[in-house]
Design a protein. Structure first.
Length: 161
């Protein structure tokens, strides 16, 4: 099995319940077992800031799936939760967003998948929940999570509940 780290986010509908349900659904993916999940965090929108704030979290799974198959299962899960991808809207509102952040210690540069996620080391909304559950985890090419989180502006990010 390979350990993988998945970022979750939503800002449409009941985003908190959607993210909670998506975390549970990760445990139902074929050959995959949920091992850990962060708390939920309220986060400001990133990239396209003219939209509602997000609810974000990070989960870790152990999986027998190859990275591309895990990504495909994650995309199907997004669709199940109502995600509609519009290629004309970049970083827009979404019912659910799942990002494969890390896949073991692999570095992948495929047309459909880049691991580590190319923005992982720059996004406080991912690094803060990731640091909660895996501060010592290495981000290939960028050092440890705990160091990366110190280099980003986490202003406006707060745990829910």
């Amino acid at each position: 099995m390979t350990g993988a780290w998945i970022g979750l986010g939503a800002n449409l509908g009941d985003a908190a319940n959607t993210v909670r349900a998506a975390i549970a659904a990760l445990d139902e993916l074929p050959g995959t077992r949920l091992t850990q999940a962060s708390r939920l965090y309220a986060t400001p929108a990133w990239g396209n800031e003219d939209q509602p704030p997000f609810v974000n979290a990070v989960a870790s799974v152990d999986t027998d799936l190859p990275a591309v198959e895990l990504l495909q299962a994650m995309l199907a899960l997004e669709q199940r939760f109502g995600r509609v991808r519009d290629p004309a809207v970049h970083w827009g509102p979404r019912a659910l967003d799942l990002d494969l952040l890390l896949f073991g210690e692999q570095v992948l540069d495929l047309p459909e998948l880049k691991v580590p996620h190319p923005y992982l080391h720059k996004r406080a909304f991912v690094l803060v929940p990731l640091a909660e559950i895996a501060a010592d985890l290495a981000i290939p090419g960028h050092g440890r999570v705990r160091d990366a989180v110190m280099r980003v502006d986490a202003c406006g990010i707060a745990p829910l509940g």
